[in-house]
Design a protein around this ligand. Sequence first.
Ligand code: CR1
Length: 811
Amino acid sequence: MTEPEIAPAPAPARSPLADRIVDTLIHRIGKDERAARKHDWLAATILTLRDEIIDKWMASTRQAHAAGAKRVYYLSLEFLIGRLLRDALSNLGRNAEVGDALAVLGVDLAEIEEIEPDAALGNGGLGRLAACFMESMATLDLPAYGYGIRYVNGMFRQRIDDGWQVELPETWLAHGNPWEFERRESAYFVGFGGEVIGNEVGHVHWKPAEAVEALAYDTPVVGWRGKRVNTLRLWSARAFDPIRLDAFNAGDHIGALAGQVRAESLVRVLYPSDSSAAGQELRLRQEYFFSSASIQDIVRRHVQYFGDIRTLPDKAAIQLNDTHPAVSVAELMRLLIDHHDLPFDEAWEITRKTFGYTNHTLLPEALESWPLPLFERLLPRHMQLIYAINGRVLREARKSDGMSDQAVAAISLIDENGERRVRMANLAFVGSHSVNGVAALHTALMKQTVFADLHRLYPARINNKTNGITPRRWLMDCNPGLTALVRDAIGAEFCDDTAKLQSLDSFSNDPSFRERFSGVKRSNKVGLSNFIGESMGLRLDPDALFDVQIKRVHEYKRQLLNIIETVALYDQIRSHPEEDWTPRVKIFAGKAASSYHNAKLIIKLANDVAKRVNSDPSVGGLLKVAFLPNYNVSLAERIIPAADLSEQISTAGMEASGTGNMKFALNGALTIGTLDGANIEIKEHVGDDNIVIFGLTADEVAAKRAGSYRPREVIEGSRELSQAVNAIASGVFSPDDPSRYRELMNGLYDHDWFMVAADFDAYTAAQRAVDARWADQAGWQAAAIRNVARVGWFSSDRTIGEYAREIWGVM
Ligand code: CR1
């Protein structure tokens, strides 16, 4: 700690809360009021609040313990948490009080909220879903733990240099993390490599060649109205011998620290791959590291509380968030058999009853599998167990009627095509009693495609749990204006149950309400315009239609379709200046995986188009394009309340669910989208008239891919499309490097896997229909209000209720 700095203290009248914050500042941060910087105030505020949360936290734990309650364990390699202060304050109903206390101290709450680092321990939807689920589990008063990794560097920070994405390390822990508790007592040994030694009585013993220690850090998760506080337990890694003194004393100062460096590398970075597999040995090590520590912790807690390991499925439900923690299945088997002496069959029964698995993507490149030699070298005992599990499953498959050799091969945990690989999705599937998809279409496609044969073998296992979002962060906290307006109109009940938003429906016919509703939207747009003006120097017209696509950049999400349409619109506006164009602002934000060439090129293209369009006086302010750098949770909270139009335009069949789509609708944006993922269910809820749907269906996409789709003919057959594609291909937007986009555009001509050309005309037509709707402001606002009123179902409270009743058996 640095030396305390002393300054004379002022003495205004203060609340006891203000006194507590100052006391924390002095005694735990070591600063006095005069010397304190914003970060010190932030830390003091969080620590003061945390002290209050601790009491609830302990009460929650005691209560679960006393009741002998079944606990839920959510294992996820990603938690995309974002900032926590605003969320915690509002869930505890302490916003005003803390704001006032700080104001007396001359500190602006909003300002310190703004400097809280955005905890980005995740890539995109999968990680953000885990964070929403944690909050909903606390809200629904379920005893639940999240388990993950405390990455030192989470998602990279994105800078845009001359239009190109540049990745920089994000140092969210630079000022420490006042939310977390280091649990020195909760440490586990996690081994890698080595050999398996058997003895005559059939007992086996794994002797790992290396081991690290997993160290727990706990963050409290506060539910709505502070009802319950749960724990997010993130693992850090430490070498058993932080420094090898023998080596150090012999002069090898670097080698002496090698073990620690190796251990730390496990928790150093989040793999920045979204909906695609990260194929590195380090990734498998990360997966096993956090799975093993978590399963050991769960088993230890169970035995401590309940004595008998055989009752585990009655007292613990473990949910695998995608396949990243799938090795947990083998790890639990290992502990049950090798450490608790259970016979294989009994261990298998316990394991299957305990686990549930959620699949989040059907993209073949995202289905994790590990080269068998790598797996065997790193986890020899687990490999044996996987073979044993596989033997059982394949015998069962052989016995079942009508299973072809091909079907049996597809069910196998080992992929025998080419280099042999361990299939993590199959392991997760067979090791769980429940396997769920994240939207109705996605679940149906799981049954038809990747898991078709497993589904035939275990027809009762696959079920659907359509995703949801927490309305606290994604409405009440990020859009206080709309929240207040809704509360004035229909009362505060929706704050406890978003289904109550229904009563807002009839207000869509009330002109004065529509007026106020559009006033709130406008002021959110002014706020976003100011932010963009200040941070990027781009001036926007808050009365233009704000058309927003923010999400990871991926070819299947089709930012390219949106950009090409933008180019076509730019052409149209210039060719027909006499027409009555709707002023539009196209807003993009999103990160590309660092190794994903085309995605990075698409970011550059968006920026190249923006540069050209924004500086062209001939479009007369009718069209502006903004690519906002460093998309993260906090930026989403700023953009979504200001959106008029939500772009959800993935190639049908490829977006498992989407959750951004729900956030926009809840904040009164209209969706333009394909019949993909949860868009379909959003359409069912808001009604066909309150959403703009276009394009091929999933079945049509599949048929085109299987048949003779000729994108070249499609492009040549569409004047607008061919003009836009040719302009991009010939360097109109990249005069400094005219061939920059040639290959990207050639890809559209040659295969167009993502159906950009096939859907282009339908998309353009849909956009012009949007323009027409915008011209009728009363109609637009009415539809936007109906969106807010009708999407309460997409609350993660509803989703978690379904998991709790139908998968976990805890409600
Ligand atoms: C899907 O792509 C879904 C989220 C959360 C993503 C997205 O459509 O909304 O999961 N999948 O379920 C993913 O990241 C690794 O897979």
